[in-house]
Ligand binder design. Sequence first.
Ligand code: TUI
Length: 311
Amino acid sequence: MKTRVNELLGITYPIIQGGMAWVAEHHLAGAVSAAGGLGLIGAASAPAEWVRSEIRKVREMTDRPFGVNIMLMSPYAAEVAQVVAEEKVPVVTTGAGNPEPFMPMWKEAGVKVIPVIASVSLARRMERLGADAVVAEGCESGGHIGETTTMNLVPQVVDAVKIPVIAAGGIADGRQMAAAFMLGAEGVQVGTRFVASEEALVHENYKNRVVKAGDTDTVVTGRSHNHPIRSLRNSMTREYLKMENAGRSFEELEQITLGGLRRAVQEGDVVHGSVMCGQSAGLVHEILSCQEILERMEAEAEKLLTGGRHE
Ligand code: TUI
C-alpha cells in the first residue's frame, strides 16, 4: 500500500505508532521504525534532555525514519520543540494543543510537521501554516480525547484539507485500517495495539488488562472540567467519577490521577493507577511483535481494499 504518507515519511507501511506518555520510549519507537512503520518517542511531560537521549537511542537501533510526539500541555514543550529542531528529528507530531508557535522553527530545520487534531477548524489552520499532514484523532482513542468519533472526523477533515490525513482513534486491525482508507485517510496512527506488543516496555499487568478488555471496558473521566481522558475502568476511575459527579474541583480530582499513568505502566498498579487505553482494546487478544502487528494490519487492509473478504 503506497500513499502520500509512505512517500512523505519514507516508510514501508503507512502506519504510525501513537506517541503514548510513558509507553512510547525508544524500545517501542525503534522497533516500529525498524519494522517499517513510523515509531514515535512520546515526550509527554518529560524534560528535554530525556527526549534528546531517547532520540539518540532510537538512532542507535535503526537508520529508518522516526519521530517525536510533543504533548503541548507539558511545561517542557518549548524546550522539547527546540531539541527536535536541533537533533533534526525527521518527523514531529503534536497533541493536546496548537503547535503554531513552533512551526516556523521546525520547517526551517527540515522537520516534517504532523499535528494531531480533533477538529476540522484546527486541521484547516494547520494546513494554512504549512503542516505536512495531520493526524485526525477520533474520541475512541485512549488518553486525552476530543468530541468527535473517528468515523465522522476523518471524512470531514479529508474534505477540508488537501494535505494527507492520517486516521487515529480506535484503530487496531486491518479491517479498521481499510475502513479509514475508505474514508479518505492515507495512513493510520495506532496506539493501544502497540501497548500489547512484545517490544513495549510496559508492565505485564497493563498489557494483560489490554488483552483481556472487552468492548465496554473503557471509560472517560474529566468531562466536567473539559479534560476528558479515556482509560480502562478500575478503582481509580470509579472514585474519580464519583467525585466528579459530586461536583468536586479540578484540583481535587487531579490528586487522584497524579503520577497514576507512570505507576500503571512501570509498576503495574492497574487498580489505582491510570490505565489509559482506547476502545480498540476489545480487539486486542494477544501480545504480538511490532513486525507482526504492522504486517497483519497491512495484509488484511490490502486484501479488503482490493475486493477480498474478511475471514
Ligand atoms: O494528546 C493526545 N492524547 C493524550 S496526551 C496525554 S498526556 C496526559 N497525561 C496526563 C493527563 C493528561 C494528559 C494523554 N493522551 N491526543 C492528541 C489530541 N490532541 N487529542 C485531542 C487533541 C487536541 C485537543 C485540543 C488538539 C488540539 C486542541 O486544541 C488546540 C487549540 O488550541 O485549539
